[in-house]
Design a protein around this ligand. Sequence first.
Ligand code: AMP
Ligand code: ZN
Length: 482
Amino acid sequence: MYLYNSVSHKKEEFRTHTPGRVEMYTCGPTVYHFAHIGNLRSYIMEDVLEKYLRYAGYEVNRVMNITDVGHLSSDADTGEDKMLKGAKREHKTVLEIARFYTDAFFDDCRKLNIKTPDVVQPATGCIDEYIRIISRLVETEYAYLSGGNVYFDTSKLGRYYVFNDHDEEDLAVGVREGVEEDANKRNKNDFVLWFTRSKFEDQALKWDSPWGVGYPGWHIECSGISMKYNGEYLDLHCGGVDNAFPHHTNEIAQSESYLGHPWCPQWFHVHHLNTEGGKMSKSKGEFLTVSLLEEKGYDPLAYRYFCLQSHYRKALVFSWENLDNAVAAYHKLVARIAALTPGGEVDRAVFDRYREKFLQQMGNDLNTSMGVTAVFDVLKAGTDDATKLALIGDFDAVLSLSLLEKAAARRAEDARVKAVPAADGAYAVTGEGDPEIDARVLARYEAKKAKNFAEADRIREELKAMGVEITDVKGGASWRRV
Ligand code: AMP
Ligand code: ZN
């Protein structure tokens, strides 16, 4: 596979430390509010990436944190703690907030066919891990104590801005936007590893540490959790593009200083979903959720389809019109799959040829729109329906659009409404599309018409024994399996 790497700024052949095995880490949600559909764009694309790697034959160990402590908008005293803010807003404890929004996040993921990572770790569950790392950083003087907090000293690094070729000053201005300077820092990019003092008298979650009672900074959680479950060599780190700086930059700084060797060579960043008015953001208060899409009558999988149609490295503009177009395309695709007839032999040679093509297309920097196009190519292919359905099911292991399930449901629905008329045209049977059962129900009608009620009852009993229930309706009968 070829994947764009944010560190090298180019597409590179994907490699792993241990051949055949991928240690993968994803920055998880900050659970102080519902995830918006922009956040979920990132998780959809990361889900496709994970599934693609498995499809390509890798064994994958995917780890994700849940930020339930210490996500600050700033290290300074005037910055706010997102979890505390959520708790105050809803008059609940931080843990109640965390539990509620973690569940809500996974509900959304389920609706979008996003697989749960192999390991999901709330940040509050790994405090010992962070203390161990910070202790070593203090010992080796990569970290220092100031104003009661422990800071990472970025001046100790040969190279700090690993993701951008930007001017240092430009970046610093961006970071400072709306954020106060912290007078305790030696250098402007230094960041907190452990808080003990300052604004957080009302901080609910605190732990004992060699530096006093306090709590971890945001960045340390991902390093600690990844090292605990992925080991010292991470192959692939994922997140939204806004995480690249300062979050991922700081993760690299502290991890490599702690380990004394390179930590993660490949970084995958998903670009933002924007509304026509700009970036979608949780902190702005108003945002689109999966529940809102459902309330408006949208199938969450149509949103997944919408995301797959565009490349993860391009900003995607959300509008209702764009979503409606995706809904129409998704329905059309499902209808075309529903028109295929299941059953029969799969042509292995054709199957392998198309599978290989899909593997190549998706393997070109996760080209999901080509992945969707590959399904249309299969529909157009000069092969039998059995092979087409097998291929579509195979591709859907990566795309996760529930294509076969939706098509089967549609087929059943079409069959249910298709009426089969009796010879005299005065009676019709509707059912689940089984000609043999339709014929028996019609035979019962003919028996009744000939006043042979014993035969009519016998047929009804016979169908009942087969698990088929008949309901007489105006102008005919309908049947269903119970
Ligand atoms: P958060 O819950 O704020 O920590 O964000 C969860 C994930 O969503 C992170 O990987 C973010 O980088 C990503 N993210 C945030 N905003 C957007 C957006 N508008 N579009 C896509 N991804 C986003
Ligand atoms: Zn992270």
